[in-house]
Design a binder for this molecule. Structure first.
Ligand SMILES: *[C@@H]1O[C@H](CO)[C@@H](O)[C@H](O)[C@H]1NC(C)=O
Ligand SMILES: *[C@@H]1O[C@H](CO)[C@@H](O)[C@H](O)[C@H]1NC(C)=O
Ligand SMILES: *[C@@H]1O[C@H](CO)[C@@H](O)[C@H](O)[C@H]1NC(C)=O
Ligand SMILES: *[C@@H]1O[C@H](CO)[C@@H](O)[C@H](O)[C@H]1NC(C)=O
Ligand SMILES: *[C@@H]1O[C@H](CO)[C@@H](O)[C@H](O)[C@H]1NC(C)=O
Ligand SMILES: *[C@@H]1O[C@H](CO)[C@@H](O)[C@H](O)[C@H]1NC(C)=O
Ligand SMILES: *[C@@H]1O[C@H](CO)[C@@H](O)[C@H](O)[C@H]1NC(C)=O
Ligand SMILES: *[C@@H]1O[C@H](CO)[C@@H](O)[C@H](O)[C@H]1NC(C)=O
Ligand SMILES: *[C@@H]1O[C@H](CO)[C@@H](O)[C@H](O)[C@H]1NC(C)=O
Length: 506
């Protein structure tokens, strides 16, 4: 630090005194490793005005515990208060009603408990940010919030608030962020929130248990970018009006009890990147008009009652990374060009009634990590290209009608951990080269594999489970296999009676 004029020196000493003073304000707060006193405290931000009154106090990520003492009320010029992730407990002191200049009030990620003292808000007319995310607050949501005419960000999520969302919240016209997620809220989701015309993010999901469905009025939140209403007991249909939200990037409605069809009007969500409607009771087909969702990166529709084909336009989405459609009744096959966008990372279409060939270029961009096609009626070979897919972590194609030889490259991939090819019609021999040191489970039982198990199997150093039973293998299990230290199960019983059965539980 450059030590300059007398005035600056004076400022510096006052700053030091303030540090001490604030340590006392956070009275019982002390370091968890108390050996070196307050040395660990990171008062990264104490700012004063020209009269050396504290206008900003930022204590974040310091290893404190204890409560805020009522003397905080003395810092009545405070504009910016951040006490974040410091594990403070107790109540938020009502003396804070003195902090009439406050614009930023951020006490997220602590363990404050009791009800939120709504009365402190009645005088904080300048407040722009109120962030009390992830504390232990209980009781009703503070209705006084509704009087804050400058409030842009209200985050009361991650607490134990109960009761209904106050109707008055629709008066906070300045609001851009409303997070009431992960509480114990009940009642109907109020349609009047549709009046918050400046809202960009609305988070209401998780642990809340609402009665009824998604209010159609939410279709008038035309600035909305994120709508998260996952896992909060929603019933009824998805309103067609949501299709008006042309700036929406994330629509998260998973884990509810939504019924009816997916409205084709949602094709109006032209900015959409993430669509998660999984774990509901949706019926019908994927709408033809969804081809308009050109910016989509993730589509989760798993565990619904959808049917029909997987539209071929899905393979033309230039940014698609994740497609999870498992647990429906989709028929026909996978689009031939799936993966040609070079971005596909996770494909899970298990437990449908899909048939046809596995598309050839799923790993074209070298991004594919999870290929999960179990319990369908796919036939033909596993594409040779998968043997070069270095990103592959998980390949599970159990219970299909696949045939031909297993691409030898599969046994040499650097990241591959789970290989489940069992219950198919694969034939040919196991390759003489195997170097896949990450393979944890190798399940090839119930196929038509012939030949011997070769000593190279010892290179699969991470192998824990090896299932080769019900094939046409011959010869002995090579002794080298016992060099694999973590192996806990081998089953290579023969179905054909040509050889001794090997069932080893190590
Ligand atoms: C408060 O301090 C933390 C950690 O030192 C920092 O990450 C954060 O940006 C600061 N916040 C403000 C508003 O200055
Ligand atoms: C707060 O408490 C949690 C859980 O006890 C701990 O993991 C975390 O490190 C603590 N944070 C600080 C800043 O001490
Ligand atoms: C509020 O601030 C005034 C100084 O402006 C101070 O005298 C008073 O004690 C404060 N009240 C509380 C409850 O801290
Ligand atoms: C509150 O502070 C934390 C930590 O600095 C920050 O991550 C968070 O974005 C802040 N909240 C708001 C609304 O700015
Ligand atoms: C916060 O609430 C959780 C869950 O009820 C509880 O386990 C935890 O002990 C509480 N923490 C404090 C500091 O009250
Ligand atoms: C969940 O929603 C259904 C249908 O609206 C309702 O009958 C049920 O009471 C709700 N559950 C709770 C705990 O409110
Ligand atoms: C799609 O994404 C690109 C890049 O992120 C962006 O420039 C473009 O505006 C987006 N299109 C729409 C309709 O949101
Ligand atoms: C694989 O099965 C198809 C019919 O499903 C058959 O035409 C083809 O000859 C089989 N290939 C091998 C190598 O068995
Ligand atoms: C090994 O495979 C055979 C044939 O499928 C089966 O009957 C047996 O239960 C399996 N043994 C073990 C230990 O999994």
């Amino acid at each position: 630090m450059r030590i300059g004029t007398e005035r600056e020196m004076r400022g510096f000493y006052i700053y030091l005194i303030l540090l001490l003073y604030i340590s006392l304000i956070l009275s019982s707060a002390s370091t968890s490793t108390s050996t070196n006193g307050y040395n660990d405290l990171q008062f990264s931000g104490v700012k004063c005005d020209e009269d050396f009154r504290v206008v900003a106090l930022n204590v974040s990520f310091a290893p404190l515990f204890g409560t805020i003492s009522p003397e905080i009320g003395l810092l009545n010029k405070l504009v910016n208060l951040g006490i974040v992730s410091v594990n403070l407990t107790g109540r938020i002191p009502t003396e804070m009603r003195n902090l009439t200049s406050l614009k930023i009030f951020n006490v997220s990620n602590n363990a404050f408990s009791g009800s939120f003292p709504g009365e402190i808000l009645t005088v904080m007319t300048q407040l722009e940010i109120l962030d009390a995310y992830n504390n232990n607050l209980t009781g009703l949501l503070p209705s006084e919030v509704a009087n804050l005419k400058n409030l842009k960000h209200l985050s009361l999520g991650g607490n134990y608030f109960t009761g209904e969302i106050p109707e008055k919240y629709s008066d906070i016209q300045s609001l851009e962020y409303l997070g009431l997620n992960a509480n114990g809220l009940t009642g109907k989701i109020p349609g009047f929130l549709g009046r918050l015309k400046n809202l960009k993010r609305l988070l209401l999901g998780y642990f809340n248990v609402f009665h009824g469905g998604i209010p159609p009025e939410f279709g008038s939140l035309t600035q909305l970018e994120i709508l998260d209403m996952a896992s909060c007991n929603l019933t009824g249909e998805i309103p067609e009006s949501l299709g008006n939200l042309k700036y929406l990037h994330q629509l998260l409605l998973h884990q509810n009890s939504l019924t009816g069809r997916i409205p084709s009007q949602l094709s109006g969500l032209v900015s959409l990147k993430t669509l998660d409607l999984s774990i509901n009771e949706l019926t019908g087909e994927i709408p033809e008009r969804f081809s308009a969702l050109q910016n989509i990166t993730l589509i989760n529709l798993f565990q619904n009652k959808l049917h029909g084909s997987i539209p071929s336009y899905v393979s033309d989405f230039p940014h698609l990374e994740v497609l999870q459609l498992w647990g429906n009744s989709f028929t026909v096959g996978l689009p031939e060009n799936l993966g040609r966008n070079g971005k596909l990372c996770r494909l899970d279409v298990s437990s449908n009634r899909l048939t046809g060939l596995i598309p050839l270029h799923l790993c074209k961009g070298g991004a594919l990590e999870d290929l999960i096609l179990m319990r369908n009626f796919f036939f033909g070979p596993l594409p040779e290209e998968l043997g070069n897919c270095k990103s592959l972590f998980n390949i599970r194609v159990t219970k299909n009608q696949l045939n031909g030889t297993i691409p030898a490259g599969i046994f040499n991939l650097p990241s591959l951990s789970f290989v489940e090819l069992d219950y198919n019609f694969f034939s040919g021999e196991l390759p003489p080269q195997m170097s896949g040191a990450s393979i944890d489970q190798l399940k090839i039982s119930n196929n038509l594999i012939s030949g011997e198990i070769l000593p190279a199997i010892r290179n699969l150093r991470s192998l824990q489970v090896l299932e080769l039973e019900m094939n046409k293998l011959s010869g002995e299990i090579p002794a080298e296999i016992f060099e694999i230290k973590v192996l806990s199960k081998i089953n290579s019983s023969s179905s054909h009676g040509h050889r001794a059965a090997y069932i080893v539980q190590l």
